[in-house]
Design a protein around this ligand. Structure first.
Ligand code: MG
Length: 394
C-alpha cells in the first residue's frame, strides 16, 4: 500500500486576457487582427493572438492538495486542452506525484511510435509535468528548486526582451528608462525593426553606451549566408548574442552560421525535447540554447540544460506569454543549473500578469527574484477566472 497522496484529478482551463498593445508592439503596415483574434506579423510571417492566451493545468491529489501547471496556448489552445482532457489526464490519475519524471517519460512513450515528438502533444505534456512537480513540492513542503538537484541562485540576472514601441526613438527611450531602473541587457526584435536591423543596434549601442549587453532576435528571417553577412555588419556593435537567424528546420544553415560568425549564436525557443537539441549540439550550431518551459516542462528542461552543459553550451531560457506559472517553473529550474548566466524577461507580459498570481516572484533592478514557498510558490488567484475562455469557442 502506498499511503502518499496519489493524483485524483487533472483539469484544464483556457485563459485569454485582453491586451492594449499586441505582443511585439503596435500593428505594423499591412497588419490586422482577424475574426479569430489573431494577427500575422509581416516581419516574420508568424501568427500571434491579440490577447495573452494561456492554458492552465490543475492537478489535485487525494488529500485535496493542488498543483498548478501552465503551457503554451497562444494559438488554438483547444488543441492542448483536448489532448490533456482526453488522453493525458485520465492516464495520470492514480499516479504518485513523486514520480514526476517517470510520468513525463510514460506520457511521451504513449504516442512516440505514432510520430508525436513535438508540437501540441509536447506542450500538453509540459503543462501536466509542471503541475505534477508543483504538487510534489507542496506535498513534501519543499520549493521546486530543492527537488531539482539543489539551489545555486537566489536571484537570476535578466535581459529586457523586446522594446514594444512604434519608433526607434521611442524604443531607445524605453531602454533608457529600464537602464535607469538597474537593467543592463536589452534585446530587440527583427520582426518589428522597421528602421533597419543594423541601424537599430547602432542606435542602441551609441545611445546606451558601451556597458550594456545588446542582443537581437533575427526571427528566423534569413538564409544562412544572408545571416552571416548581416551578423558581420552587427559585429562592430558587440552583440552579446544573436538569435534564430535561419528557419527552425534548417540544421545545416544553423551550423553554417554558427561556424562562420564571431558572435555567440542563440537558438532553441521552439524545441521541446532533448532529441531536437542533440543534433544541434553535436554540430556545434550554437553557444547558447533558449529552452522554453511552456514547451518543455520541467522534466525535459532539466535534461536539455544538463546535456547542454556537457557540451559547454550556456542556457538562457526563453520567456513568453503566460500568467507566470511556467515562468516560475523556469526560474526554479534555472536556479538549479551551473550554466545559466541570465533569463529572458518578457516585461510587457510578465509585469502585467503578475496581478493574476499569488507569488513573491518579481523582477527588479535587473534580476528575477525566485518565488518563495513549496512547489512553484506561485498559483493563480481569484482575479484570473474572469478571463476564462470557453472550450470550443466559435
Ligand atoms: Mg525569439
Amino acid at each position: 500500500m502506498n499511503d502518499f497522496p496519489q493524483i485524483s484529478s487533472v483539469e484544464t482551463f483556457i485563459i485569454s486576457i485582453p491586451r492594449q498593445t499586441p505582443y511585439l508592439g503596435p500593428l505594423g503596415p499591412g497588419e490586422s487582427i482577424n475574426s479569430r483574434g489573431y494577427l500575422i506579423r509581416k516581419g516574420n510571417r508568424s501568427i500571434y493572438p491579440d490577447s495573452d492566451m494561456s492554458v492552465l493545468v490543475k492537478v489535485t491529489a487525494e488529500d485535496g492538495t493542488v498543483g498548478w501547471g501552465e503551457t503554451y496556448g497562444i494559438v488554438a489552445p483547444d488543441a492542448v486542452t483536448s489532448i490533456i482532457d482526453d488522453v493525458l489526464g485520465p492516464v495520470t490519475v492514480g499516479r504518485d506525484p513523486r514520480d514526476a519524471m517517470v510520468i513525463q517519460e510514460d506520457l511521451y512513450d504513449m504516442m512516440r511510435v505514432r510520430g508525436f515528438f513535438g508540437g501540441y502533444y509536447m506542450d500538453a505534456i509540459a503543462g501536466v509535468d509542471i503541475a505534477i512537480w508543483d504538487l510534489f513540492g507542496k506535498l513534501v513542503n519543499q520549493p521546486l528548486v530543492k527537488l531539482l538537484g539543489g539551489q545555486r541562485m537566489e536571484s537570476i540576472p535578466v535581459y529586457v526582451s523586446g522594446l514594444p514601441a512604434a519608433t526607434l526613438e521611442a524604443r531607445l527611450q524605453m531602454a533608457h528608462d529600464f537602464k535607469a531602473r538597474g537593467f543592463d541587457a536589452f534585446k530587440y526584435a527583427a520582426a518589428v525593426s522597421h528602421e533597419g536591423i543594423v541601424n537599430e543596434m547602432r542606435v542602441l549601442r551609441e545611445g546606451l553606451g558601451p556597458g550594456v549587453k545588446l542582443m537581437v532576435d533575427l526571427h528566423w528571417k534569413f538564409s544562412a549566408q544572408e545571416a552571416s553577412q548581416l551578423i558581420s555588419q552587427l559585429e562592430p556593435y558587440r552583440p552579446y548574442f544573436v538569435e534564430a537567424p535561419c528557419q527552425p528546420e534548417d540544421i545545416e544553415g544553423q551550423a553554417h552560421v554558427g561556424a562562420s560568425i564571431r558572435v555567440p549564436l542563440a537558438l532553441g525557443e521552439e524545441w521541446r525535447t532533448v532529441y531536437e537539441v542533440r543534433p544541434r549540439l553535436e554540430r556545434r550550431a550554437m553557444s547558447i540554447i533558449q529552452p522554453e518551459m511552456g514547451h518543455t516542462g520541467i522534466s525535459q528542461f532539466m535534461q536539455i540544460a544538463r546535456m547542454a552543459n556537457a557540451f559547454h553550451v550556456k542556457v538562457i531560457p526563453h520567456a513568453s506569454i503566460g500568467i507566470g506559472i511556467f515562468q516560475a517553473a523556469s526560474l526554479h529550474a534555472t536556479a538549479a543549473l551551473p550554466n545559466c548566466p541570465m533569463h529572458e524577461y518578457q516585461h510587457s507580459v510578465f509585469d502585467r500578469n503578475l496581478q493574476y498570481v499569488n507569488t513573491s516572484m518579481r523582477c527588479e533592478a535587473g534580476a528575477f527574484v525566485l518565488p518563495e514557498g513549496p512547489g512553484l510558490g506561485t498559483e493563480p488567484n481569484e482575479s484570473v477566472w474572469q478571463f476564462i475562455r470557453p472550450k470550443g469557442k466559435q
